[in-house]
Design a binder for this molecule. Structure first.
Ligand SMILES: [Zn+2]
Length: 442
């Protein structure tokens, strides 16, 4: 008998790779934080002697969900500036709140709240771009959450840096130490948007990203106004400015990409640019509806993100999957667009690929990291079960997530956190509400 740390025995297992596979009567063995084997239960019982046996007879085991775009600390601004279009939401709502409130303490508290919310909903990896990224990385490490920590870069000053040079210097520091080859944290660069950076700053960022071999993510073509203002101010569309700066390549993650011309779609596909689709944020800010069916038909890798809780207003990838699938159908005028299997792929393996992590996470395969999620399908809203993947995409809610492992560590056990003190997180969030709320009212 071979020892393994954990043997998980769910009713179903949807490994995502191979696509469309639903296993029944299988077990997943985990050792040293990695998936050791996916095998029939009878074989697992004779081969493995587990330290911990986890039996989940009404559940489906899936890869941990990947949130390809968020601003975790903005959970503390949830509900603060609703019902505004993107430009006034930024200029009148969010940027003033950030100038007043963003600090290391705020980022720590907001990020911890966000990580707990994401884990509770089955997300095991998130890609974050926000000020004080070193605090985001610390919070993720302490809470044993996987994260891509993208350091913001802008020409405008913030509580974290005063100009593009300082942002880039701090970004470089974070890439080197202590996050080179870290088990949970990957670093990246996040120029906010083309309107936040002059051509010279974009080019300096590209030179540094090439030198350090880090990936780049940027808000791009989020609204028609963004594109129109770029043409007015620079004579070019944001995508053309990025192209000139040398930033359009396969390690670019374009966040939103709601408004792309047919030629831009072709260019994205030819070069291998990834897209982080954030349908609920795009709806709430009335930014538009991305033509996801066309993007995917062209061969673009499309991942799924929630964006920050100030424009969503949750970090729930189950509701995001549903929004993505439904919107893709109505915008394409085709009910067959983005079926359940594909939207689950988008929330897992496509997300991993968009972040450069597809060799490590995103599917349940031997050798990959054990980022795993059990969803309890023994709920009224999921009966009867003809098709497990259909239930996940169209009927299940994040509250049905029962178990979560990140790198083999059991973070959520039958709906209860094993290490996170949620009372403390809520108490600190209430303190922020008192401070921020009193200032807004005054
Ligand atoms: Zn964003």
């Amino acid at each position: 008998m071979q020892h393994c740390d954990t043997l998980i025995v769910p009713r179903w297992c949807v490994p995502v790779e191979p696509a469309g596979t639903v296993l029944e009567g299988h077990a997943v063995a985990v050792s040293d934080g990695r998936i050791e084997a996916v095998l029939p239960l009878a074989e697992a019982r004779t081969r493995f002697q587990p330290s911990v046996l986890v039996e989940r007879p009404a559940h489906v085991l899936i890869p941990g969900l990947v949130n390809a775009h968020t601003h975790a600390a903005m959970t503390l601004f949830r509900g603060l500036a609703d019902d505004m279009p993107l430009e006034s939401w930024l200029r009148e709502g969010i940027w003033p709140a950030e100038r007043r409130w963003v600090s290391a303490e705020m980022v720590r508290d907001g990020t911890q709240l966000a990580i707990a919310e994401m884990l509770r909903g089955g997300t095991t990896c998130f890609s974050d771009q926000y000020f004080f990224p070193e605090i985001v990385a610390e919070a993720a490490t302490e809470m044993a959450m996987r994260a891509v920590v993208a350091t913001p870069v802008a020409d405008f000053p913030s509580a974290w840096a005063s100009n593009a040079d300082e942002y880039l210097q701090k970004a470089t520091d974070l890439v080197h130490d202590p996050y080179a080859d870290h088990p949970l944290i990957t670093t990246a660069f996040a120029p906010h948007s083309t309107f936040a950076l002059a051509d010279g700053s974009l080019e300096a960022l590209r030179v540094l990203a090439d030198q350090l071999d880090v990936r780049v993510q940027i808000h791009l073509h989020e609204s028609e106004t963004e594109v129109a203002m770029s043409i007015r101010d620079t004579g070019k569309r944001p995508f053309d400015r990025l192209t000139r700066a040398g930033l359009v390549n396969a390690s670019l993650l374009a966040v939103h990409a709601v408004h792309l011309s047919d030629a831009e779609i072709e260019r994205f596909a030819a070069v291998g640019v990834n897209i982080a689709h954030c349908p609920k944020s795009n709806l709430k800010l009335a930014s538009g509806i991305a033509r996801i069916a066309a993007y995917r038909a062209a061969g673009i890798n499309v991942a799924l993100g929630t964006d920050g809780a100030a424009s969503n207003n949750t970090l729930d990838l189950f509701s995001e999957m549903r929004a993505a699938a439904l919107l893709a159908k109505v915008s394409a005028g085709d009910a067959a667009a983005l079926p359940a299997v594909d939207v689950l792929h988008m929330a897992t393996l496509a997300g991993a690929r968009a972040l450069g992590l597809e060799e490590r996470i995103g599917s349940i395969e031997p050798g990959k990291l054990a980022d795993l999620v059990c969803v309890d399908l023994d709920a009224l809203n999921c009966q009867p079960i003809y098709d497990v993947v259909s239930q996940l995409a169209y009927a299940a809610s994040s509250s049905q997530v029962s178990d979560v492992w990140v790198g083999g560590r059991h973070q959520l056990d039958e709906g209860r956190f094993t290490q996170i003190d949620t009372d403390n997180l809520i108490a600190r969030s209430n303190e922020w509400r008192d401070r921020i709320g009193a200032a807004s009212a005054g």
